[in-house]
Design a protein around this ligand. Structure first.
Ligand code: ACO
Length: 451
């Protein structure tokens, strides 16, 4: 067993964001609707110099630079995205410009709403474990620009790119044989209208799909776990009530369209777990009382239910929310921003052996539940050290006026699918080392440069 998993992580966000409290005023909604009602703090958005390609170019080049990895040591590169810029040419192929003469690199793009990054991750892990593996490393990029038409969905946008360096003997190992998926044909969120960069979205349906997927994935994951460890005692504790599969996790990371949904998703999962494994909650009367309840979506907003689930939420999922709340929905990259938040939430020496559950959801719909173990004895420091700049980067963003945010989105709307196109915003506003769009020529070829 090669202990295949994540060796290093890089995240890139646009240099500008908008404050959700300011947006409440701008949109004329009641105070607290976006900050408490949706649970969001800030939302990243792109200037006309930034797009899904520029973010991906920056993420990969910084990952390579900071980990001192040679491009010749990359055998596979995949991109997960739902931000289409070309109906044929992959974003992966544009990233090949970074590779000079190292062209022997497998992989293309994966698309299905917010799930593409997970699909890319699973594919690359499979390559690393397969007979096709040639000893080199893999990179997965999850990148998106999430914007919605004016209306209730707009405050749930965001933008960013995460690049993962994958290989053997990793500090973050994907647990083998422990993965479950739920896939179905739904039209809760889709981009069938090629004339716009905005999705068609049925928000309430998308939330129902998310909960359906979560329960089904966890149920199947739990079955796999029980089957795999049927011969062993899966309880970590002695002389105490046994632990459910859910209780054994040290963190649960959810795909995060917005903070409130993650809070509800946690409650949904926990209440179902109480019903699946009631004996594990015998010492938890606040939770055991739900053993025969009819768990409904409405119940997840009930203050009593929120209070009863708060202790475990704070322990398991709250530490995964800092980045998603501050960046917004990065679609495919969102789940990995939750993972980064968790890795930054505790001292490195407390991390060994921790097991992290991951729930990935993409409308339409594709979803998976899997887990990652922080391998005891692995060199975690270098991975964590690479993440230390992130809180500073988030603080160094320029928080713009809501008018500038609206104008930028309107200009992007007008520029969508237009060629030739010359961006006008100032390159000086971008973070140093950023790649940016210089222009699109009359035949839709895109040109980028590095600051
Ligand atoms: N103070 C505090 N809370 C408030 C306030 C206020 N002033 N005003 C409203 N709220 C609460 C509401 O009570 C509600 O809480 P609840 O969820 O506990 O019931 C919450 O804010 C949201 O308000 P709603 O009116 O129910 O929803 P809204 O019409 O604003 O739409 C939605 C929210 C559906 C999430 C919309 O933003 C959307 O469509 N987003 C895109 C789709 C999406 O993200 N789906 C998630 C999964 S798919 C994906 O990842 C893309």
């Amino acid at each position: 067993i090669k202990k295949v998993g994540i060796l290093a992580i890089e995240i890139v966000v646009p240099s500008r964001c908008v404050d959700q409290a300011d947006l409440e005023i701008h949109d004329g909604v009641s105070k607290g609707k976006y900050t408490i009602g949706l649970g969001q703090e800030r939302m990243a958005f792109c200037s006309d110099r930034e797009d899904v390609v520029s973010l991906s170019l920056t993420a990969v080049s910084l990952l390579m630079q900071r980990t001192k990895t040679s491009y010749s040591n990359i055998g596979r590169l995949e991109v997960g995205t739902e931000t289409p810029i070309d109906k044929s040419k992959s974003i992966k192929s544009i990233l090949m410009r970074l590779f000079d003469n190292c062209n022997n690199v497998e992989g293309v793009d994966s698309t299905n709403a917010c799930y593409g990054g997970t699909a890319a991750l699973f594919n690359s892990i499979a390559w690393l474990e397969s007979s096709a593996w040639d000893g080199r490393l893999a990179i997965v990029v999850a990148a998106d620009v999430a914007t919605y038409a004016r209306g209730t969905a707009r405050p749930t946008g965001g933008a960013g790119a995460v690049a993962l360096l994958l290989g053997p003997n990793a500090p973050l190992v994907l647990d083998r044989g422990l993965r479950a998926s739920h896939m179905n044909d739904t039209y809760d969120f889709y981009k069938g209208d090629m004339g716009t960069n905005y999705p068609t979205v049925d928000g309430k349906l998308s939330i129902r799909c998310y909960f359906e997927a979560l329960y089904n994935c966890y149920y199947l994951y739990r079955n796999r776990f029980l089957k795999k460890f049927s011969d062993t005692d899966n309880s970590k504790s002695n002389n105490q009530s046994p632990k459910s599969i859910l209780q054994q996790f040290d963190a649960i990371v959810f795909h995060s369209p917005y903070g409130k949904l993650v809070r509800k998703a946690f409650t949904w999962l926990l209440l179902h777990d109480v019903q699946l494994d009631a004996k594990c909650y015998e010492n938890e009367p606040d939770l055991l009382k739900y053993v025969n309840s009819d768990i409904s979506v409405n119940m997840l907003s009930d203050l009593g239910v929120i209070k009863d689930t708060e202790k475990l939420f704070k322990k398991l999922t709250s530490p995964t929310q800092k980045l998603p709340k501050n960046i917004g929905n990065m679609y495919t990259a969102s789940i990995f921003s939750g993972l980064i938040s968790y890795l930054l939430s505790k001292p490195t020496n407390e991390m060994a052996g921790k097991q992290i559950a991951m729930f990935s959801f993409g409308s339409g719909m594709c979803s998976s539940f899997y887990s990652i173990t922080i391998r005891p004895g692995a060199k975690l420091e270098s991975l964590i050290n690479l993440l230390q700049h992130i809180p500073v980067m988030l603080e160094n963003r320029q928080c713009t006026s809501t008018v500038e945010f609206e104008n930028t989105l309107t200009n992007r709307e007008l520029a969508y699918n237009k060629a030739p196109f010359e961006p006008t915003s100032d390159v000086d506003n971008l973070f140093s080392d950023s790649w940016y769009l210089t222009h699109i020529d009359s035949t839709f070829k895109r040109y980028y440069a590095r600051k």
